[in-house]
Design a protein around this ligand. Structure first.
Ligand code: BTN
Length: 262
C-alpha cells in the first residue's frame, strides 16, 4: 500500500512527478490524465492508480489491471516538438523501461516495436501514447505505462498467459511497486531530457540495442493486412523499416509484429 505523499516525497525537485495524483481506482489513468491536462495540469504531472476498471491497450484492446498488483501510470508532457515526431516519445519510454528492467534481468530484456517491453520474449510492459494538438502545436502528450510487477501466471487471462509475464515472476522475488514507480519516473526523466536536449539519435541507438527484431524475418499484421520482410531499423518518426522480398524498404506505421523465421 502506498499513497501520493510517499511518491511525491521521493520525487521532489524532479520534472516527472512534480505533481502526483494517486487513485485507488480509476477507469483509466490515461483518461484521467487527459482530463487533468485539459484543465491545465503542468508538464511532468503523473497519475498513478492501484487499479483500473477500463485499462486501455493499443488498438482498442483491454489492459488487465487488477488491484495492487502492477503499475498503471500516465505522464502528462508538454514538449515543444512537432506533432509528427511525437511517436518518438513512445520509443523514449520503451528505452527508459528497458534500461530499468535490465537492472533486474540483465541480458533478458528486449523491445518489441512499437511499444512492448519484454523479458525472455514475454510482455511485461505496454505503452499507450496519446496526444492532443491545437493547430500545428502539441497541446499535450499522455504517456500511459502499464507494467506487470506482481501478477502471478494464473492471474493472466488465458489468451495472454503464454505471451505475458510479470517482473516478480521473472526475478523470483517480490518487488515493491512504490520503489519501482520512483525508479521508473527517474529513468523516464533521464531519457526524456536527453531526447529534448540531444534529439532522437541516442534514443534510436539505445532502442536498436534492445530491439529483439532487427535483422530478423518478421510479419506485421494490421487487421486484414499482413506485410512481411526483414526488420532493418526505425526511422526518425518511429516507423519500423522492413526490407521486403523485392529488396525495397517499406515504412510500417502500425501493426502487431511477430517473428516468422527460426
Ligand atoms: C498496450 O500494450 O496495448 C498498451 C498498454 C498500456 C496500458 C497502460 S496502463 C496505464 C495507462 N492507462 C491505460 O488505460 N492504459 C495505459
Amino acid at each position: 500500500m502506498f499513497n501520493e505523499h510517499d511518491i511525491a516525497d521521493r520525487l521532489s525537485g524532479r520534472l516527472i512527478g512534480n505533481r502526483v495524483h494517486f487513485l485507488r481506482e480509476v477507469d483509466s489513468t490515461n483518461i484521467y490524465a487527459s482530463r487533468l491536462a485539459m484543465e491545465g495540469a503542468p508538464d511532468g504531472t503523473v497519475v498513478i492508480a492501484d487499479c483500473q476498471t477500463k485499462g486501455k491497450g493499443r488498438m482498442g484492446r483491454v489492459w488487465q489491471s487488477p488491484p495492487e498488483r502492477n503499475i498503471y501510470t500516465s505522464i502528462i508532457l508538454r514538449p515543444a516538438i512537432e506533432p509528427a515526431v511525437a511517436p518518438q516519445i513512445t520509443l523514449v519510454t520503451g528505452v527508459a523501461v528497458a534500461e530499468l528492467f535490465s537492472e533486474y534481468c540483465p541480458k533478458d530484456v528486449t523491445l518489441k516495436w512499437p511499444n512492448d517491453v519484454q523479458i525472455k520474449g514475454k510482455k511485461v510492459c505496454g505503452i499507450l501514447t496519446e496526444m492532443r494538438t491545437s493547430g500545428e502545436k502539441i497541446d499535450f502528450v499522455i504517456v500511459g505505462i502499464g507494467i506487470n510487477i506482481g501478477m502471478k501466471k494464473e492471474e493472466f487471462h488465458e489468451e495472454f498467459r503464454d505471451s505475458s509475464t510479470s517482473l516478480s515472476e521473472e526475478v523470483g522475488t517480490d518487488i515493491s511497486r512504490l520503489d519501482f514507480a520512483v525508479k521508473l519516473y527517474a529513468s523516464f526523466e533521464r531519457w526524456y531530457e536527453r531526447f529534448l536536449s540531444e534529439g532522437f539519435i541516442p534514443v534510436k541507438d539505445a532502442w536498436m540495442k534492445y530491439s529483439g527484431i532487427i535483422g530478423k524475418d518478421i510479419k506485421i499484421t494490421l487487421r486484414d493486412d499482413i506485410q512481411a520482410g526483414k526488420a532493418v531499423g526505425i526511422d526518425e518518426y518511429g516507423a519500423l523499416l522492413i526490407l521486403n522480398g523485392k529488396n525495397r524498404t517499406r515504412r510500417i506505421m502500425a501493426g502487431d509484429v511477430s517473428l516468422t523465421g527460426d
